[in-house]
Write a protein that binds this ligand. Structure first.
Ligand code: GLC
Length: 469
């Protein structure tokens, strides 16, 4: 039994409870049996709901992925929207396809970097808005195999990612600036049919020709509605071919996870989410964009995603030859070093209920709290006047429940002394300098699930002097 058959069977098995899938011959067809009425999940959604926890277990554990924006726009080197922003006409833009001549197997360097950076999956633009297909498609000549690269870049990517033991993701833009029906489809039914057929056909190739694919990352569904894209049928096809896959929410349907972009905002409890973000301000290679984020910012962001139970998909924009800008390499390597020591505070962590702290982030696994101290306190002169502070380095966390059993520094393994009352946990006797960069993590074992609430303290405070004349 090959992998498709294997995973298809397990997808069907997972549907037992939903009972919404009909198998015709070898191909599961969804949609015929379940009610499509208002408020009720369609059969494809029911199937996805029933199998979601199993399909997404690795992804929740993984927490950190690499996004790669690479295409003809990389040749221009001014952001992936250059075609529109600068109004470059076709067929001028098409000429780029002949000058896109990347070095062989550039993706191997990306995959090695991703592994060193502690990223567990990689998502590459197989086709961005410019419409250029990075693989050897039968459906258009405007593709890597038949233009400058002269080969299938998606295949190289897939092999490189698997070679490093990482999970494979495909980004696919539904919006297409190049296809003659790509805009006409909005107002011309015959054009819509042709374009939807073309789109489904390209996705079918991607889901058929490269073995097991772990993530399908749709993007921009302009100018059609989900019904016009026939997005349910699209997802049915995807799951028939790749039963273990997970899909995002950008083909007009909810999919398996939400995709906040350039900001970190947890989805409502119970809903998976992934923040995608650039390392500078551009997705595609942009020669002049020097707004690089620091390793400190990236580590903080990663912790912030973990705190809300989300993932962090961090982008690189390789140059046209496939090489990665040095700034991206440096930042990702620093983050990877930090993860070598502190991975326990990120991978496999769960959503927690923690109030804000401008000096630290939090994550948790079960009853273990991880305090990510971004700004180390050092000494405070207030120690001279207030007994709360001591003439030593203290990190105090207000509003933490429940009781703490032990604390230790992840960097050195050393235990940390502490005191705790109903208001705060005070970690004492800490070194003057931060033991780790760009954040020091303190692992705190509690006797129940840790939670931090400032508000819970307010009614408890003894309030002095109120009402005194
Ligand atoms: C937006 C942009 C696009 C980028 C994507 C990544 O949709 O249009 O260029 O690929 O975000 O999330």
């Amino acid at each position: 039994m090959d992998w498709i058959e294997n995973t298809r069977r397990s997808f069907l098995k997972g549907l037992g409870a939903a009972g919404a899938i009909a198998v015709t011959g070898n191909v599961p067809t969804l949609g015929s049996q379940a009610s499509q009425g208002a408020g009720q999940a369609s059969s494809i959604e029911a199937g996805m709901n029933a199998t979601r926890a199993r399909r997404m277990a690795w992804w929740h554990e993984a927490k950190f992925g690499m996004f790669i924006h690479w295409g003809l726009y990389s040749v221009i080197g001014q952001h992936e929207w250059a075609k529109e922003v600068e109004g470059v006409p076709f067929p001028q833009y098409e000429i780029l396809a002949r000058h896109f001549t990347p070095k062989p197997n550039a993706a191997r360097d990306w995959a090695r970097l991703a592994r060193r950076a502690g990223q567990k999956y990689m998502v590459m633009t197989t086709k961005h808005h410019e419409g250029f297909c990075q693989w050897d498609t039968q459906l258009t000549d405007y593709c890597a195999a038949k233009q400058g690269p002269g080969r299938d870049l998606v295949r190289e990517f897939v092999e490189a990612v698997r070679g490093e033991g990482l999970r494979v993701g495909f980004y696919y833009s539904l919006m297409d600036w190049h296809h003659p029906d790509g805009a006409k489809c909005k107002t011309d039914e015959a054009a819509r049919k042709r374009f939807v057929e073309y789109t489904h056909g390209l996705i079918r190739e991607l889901m058929t020709n490269y073995g097991k694919i772990d993530v399908l990352w749709y993007d921009v569904d302009w100018p059609l509605t989900a019904a016009q894209w026939e997005s349910e049928r699209m997802n049915e096809m995807v799951f028939a071919l790749q039963p273990g896959i997970i899909v995002n929410n950008r083909n007009g349907l909810p999919g398996d996870f939400s995709t906040p972009e350039q900001n970190i905002e947890a989805a409502p409890e119970g809903r998976a989410w992934e923040t995608c973000m650039t390392l500078n301000d551009s997705w595609g290679f942009n020669r002049g964009d020097d707004s690089w984020k620091t390793p400190k910012t990236i580590v903080q962001n990663l912790a912030e995603c973990a705190r809300g139970g989300g993932n962090y998909l961090l982008n690189i924009g390789p140059k046209p030859d496939g090489s990665i800008p040095d700034e991206s390499v440096n930042v990702l390597e620093s983050v990877g070093k930090w993860l070598d020591t502190n991975g326990k505070a990120i991978y496999g962590t769960e959503r927690g209920s923690f109030d804000w702290n401008s000096n630290a982030g939090y994550s948790r696994r079960g009853n273990t709290l991880y305090i990510h101290q971004h700004y180390w306190p050092g000494h405070t002169p207030a120690a001279e006047w207030l007994s709360f502070f001591q003439p030593e380095v203290v990190i105090a966390i207000g509003g933490l429940k429940p009781k703490v059993k032990s604390a230790r520094l992840l960097k050195t393994g050393e235990n940390v002394a502490f005191t705790q009352d109903e208001f705060s946990l005070r970690l004492t006797g800490l070194p003057l300098q931060a033991p780790d960069e760009p954040a020091t993590v303190i692992e705190v074992e509690c006797d129940g699930e840790p939670a931090i609430s400032h508000e819970s303290m307010r009614p408890l405070w003894p309030r002095y002097k109120v009402g005194m004349s």
